[in-house]
Design a protein around this ligand. Structure first.
Ligand code: FE2
Ligand code: FE2
Length: 684
């Protein structure tokens, strides 16, 4: 083929033929003339011999051969063959009725084509085809840009979504870097975060890094917050850097590349895109640095996603497969980095709120527990047991807990409920909790004082009577009367002493007396019979109704109203914790805390619920609560029970349908009771 004229870059061919009949074309009018009696064979041959590009053809054809030729021409790919058909019909063989079928004919000639006309026709056809191809290429480029923009937008939306969902800060950074690399087809990348330095000032922390083509161990380190490093320069100036080859930076450039990493890791950093991470108030909180884009920009099919997975192993790979980052990624990555910055800040804030909340809860519990030194630590231990029990439930692979799972939030919810379960005790008179005997110490002291007063007053009365007898004379009858009085006095005083001792014994919570009420009534009657007066002459009520009620407590040291008051702590707890604006994942805290004293058989309080109405968390808490109450030496008068004894009491409770037997089994089997206070409760 001879060299082209105005269409030199295009490979072209004029095929001037009919299937059976040839039309001669003068040489000077064309770069090449192929004369063949089989157009299709010829085209196929030419296509096979040429390397790529589109073959342009103006095909002159007899109208009778049109349909057969067109059917064959259609089988070529448009990218291989662009053609125009000029149909020759000198004998006017086509009719109006077959016009519809001739629609792919670009020119229909009924008269012979003259030389000049032929050249004009061929040139015109070529120009039209070239314009068409150029327009198609432009359309395709618009389409690619449109698709790129669509992908970018989708990427941004999905990044925004996935970043806002990630709660774990480390996973968040991993996600940010992974998505950034995938979008841009980068082989490696790092995230630097701006932070306060320990000794004051600011520093940049190399926080996370990943290289696709190479397993490189990651270690955090800090670099100065200055413009000497590329990351520092971007963090301070906020400039986006898109460097085609970092080794080609000149001394004129404001930045220098530190090749330490490349040397130690046998890597070749080449193209680099570094963007600042700006938060919602436009502060730069870090930098994303992407290295070595592998995106083949000439291939529409290899975009970031696929390019990301191209592995760079040999030096040649770095030379041939690494390209500069496409300019459109500068603004796209800025947007991604801003989303990342906001996600990081949100994450930090959530952590901060969670920490503050946790600290607040713990400080509140510590404050309540410090009211009563003896019980301090109870709520923390109950929370620890509950958390361990929840993990044990999660680990169960069979049995009733096979399908029960507490996720991280649910475990936290249980922990908070347990920490606060006795918060309502703050509303209750501490003296009731401290009450070790049936009467409060002051009440008991007062009662004994009254008894002593009674004793002395009776003693005095007798002494006065004896004195009066002595004054009346010394005849035998009077002497006898005095003796009788003396004996009576001794008996009475001895009886009072016995009563005082009995009252002391009755005040002990452990003392059980059969028919205690009747005994107290007898004492009351005896004491009333002594008729004791105060200095105004009023009868002194030695044993009041309250004292009688309290001394008559059949079991323990609390009377009915005190017991009810103590029990009301769960309702106070509920009312208090219900006022806390818990996030949705902790919404059951008030309910769990409210139900920690309910029993499976409906004998618990405050609502006498039965098994089906008590959430599993409250059942777990009941076990933890009882176990700790039994084993803690929380009162000077109360002995701490050894673990075996506490377990046997709990076992009894389980057998009597008070506590959940399956949870108790887990509590024993996993020896959870042994682990309390042994360290942090991390999920296994
Ligand atoms: Fe409680
Ligand atoms: Fe408790």
């Amino acid at each position: 083929m001879s060299a082209g004229t105005s269409l030199s870059s295009l490979q072209r061919i004029f095929i001037s033929t009919t299937i059976d009949h040839l039309i001669a074309v003068p040489d000077e009018h064309a770069d090449s003339v192929v004369v063949s009696d089989r157009i299709i064979d010829e085209i196929t041959k030419i296509l096979a011999s040429k390397k790529g590009g589109t073959l342009f053809a103006v095909i002159f054809i007899d109208i009778d051969d049109y349909e057969q030729a067109y059917a064959l021409l259609k089988s070529f790919k448009p990218s291989d063959l662009a053609y125009r058909i000029v149909a020759m019909d000198p004998e006017n063989r086509h009719t109006l009725s077959n016009m519809g079928r001739l629609k792919y004919i670009h020119e229909l000639r009924t008269t012979p084509i003259m030389d000049r006309e032929f050249i004009f026709l061929v040139r015109k056809s070529f120009d039209a085809m070239v314009d068409e191809i150029a327009a198609a290429a432009e359309r395709q480029s618009y389409q690619i840009r449109l698709m790129d923009a669509k992908h970018d937008q989708e990427d941004l939306i999905s990044i925004g979504k996935s970043l806002s969902l990630e709660k774990d800060p480390d996973k968040l950074l991993r996600s940010i870097l992974f998505l950034s690399k995938r979008i841009t087809g980068a082989d490696a990348g790092s995230i630097y975060l701006v932070e306060d330095a320990t000794g004051g000032g600011t520093q940049l922390r190399f926080k996370y890094s990943h290289t696709f083509s190479k397993e490189i161990p990651m270690e955090e380190f800090v670099i100065p917050y200055d413009t000497n490093s590329i990351a520092g320069y971007v963090a301070i100036t906020g400039t986006v850097l898109n460097i085609p080859d970092v080794y080609e930076l000149s001394t004129e450039d404001p930045i220098t590349f530190n090749s330490n990493f490349d040397r130690t890791q046998s890597y070749r950093s080449k193209s680099m895109l570094v963007v600042p991470m700006r938060n919602h108030i436009d502060e730069i909180i870090g930098v994303i640095q992407l290295i070595n884009s592998k995106e083949n920009l000439d291939s529409a099919s290899v975009t970031g996603n696929e390019a990301f997975e191209v592995r760079l192993t040999t030096l040649e790979d770095f030379e041939t497969k690494v390209v500069p980052f496409d300019h459109r990624y500068e603004s796209l990555m800025e947007a991604v980095a801003s989303q990342a910055a906001i996600a990081i800040e949100n994450n930090r804030m959530i952590r901060q709120i969670e920490n503050q909340f946790e600290e607040f809860v713990r400080a509140s519990v510590t404050a309540i527990e410090s009211r009563d030194v003896a019980t301090s630590g109870h709520s923390f231990r109950v929370a620890e047991i509950c958390t361990r029990l929840a993990h044990a439930v999660n680990q169960a692979t069979d049995g009733p807990f096979k399908h029960v799972n507490f996720n991280e939030n649910a475990v936290k919810e249980l922990e908070y409920a347990a920490l606060l379960h006795d918060f309502g005790k703050v509303y209750i008179d501490i003296a009731i909790f401290m009450k070790g005997k049936k009467l409060f110490p002051k009440e008991f002291e007062n009662l004994i004082l009254k008894m002593n007063y009674l004793y002395r007053s009776i003693e005095l009365n007798y002494s006065l009577e004896e004195a009066q007898i002595a004054v009346r004379g010394a005849d035998p009858a009077l002497i006898e009367e005095a003796r009788t009085r003396k004996e009576e006095r001794e008996r009475t005083l001895a009886a009072i002493k016995v009563i005082i001792e009995e009252v002391r014994r009755l005040n002990e919570p452990a003392v059980t007396v059969t028919d205690i009420e009747r005994r107290i009534c007898e004492i009351d009657e005896t004491v009333r019979g002594f008729r004791c007066y105060d200095i105004d002459g009023n009868i002194v009520r030695v044993l009041t109704d309250d004292e009688k009620t309290n001394l008559g407590i059949p079991r323990g040291s609390l009377n009915e109203s005190e017991r009810r008051e103590i029990e009301s702590h769960v309702v106070h707890t509920y009312n208090f914790v219900s006022k806390i604006p818990w996030p949705p994942e902790f919404k059951r805290i008030p309910e769990i805390a409210l139900k920690h004293h309910e029993k499976l058989d409906g004998s618990g309080y405050p609502n006498r619920l039965t098994a089906g109405d008590i959430p599993i968390q409250a059942k777990m808490m009941a076990i933890a609560d009882i176990y700790d109450a039994l084993t803690a030496s929380d009162r000077p008068y109360k002995k701490a029970l050894p673990a075996e004894r506490a377990l046997s009491i709990l076992d009894d409770e389980a057998k009597h349908n008070k506590i959940d037997p399956e949870l108790f089994r887990l509590f024993v089997e996993k020896r959870i009771y042994e682990q309390v206070g042994t360290g942090s409760v991390a999920a296994p």
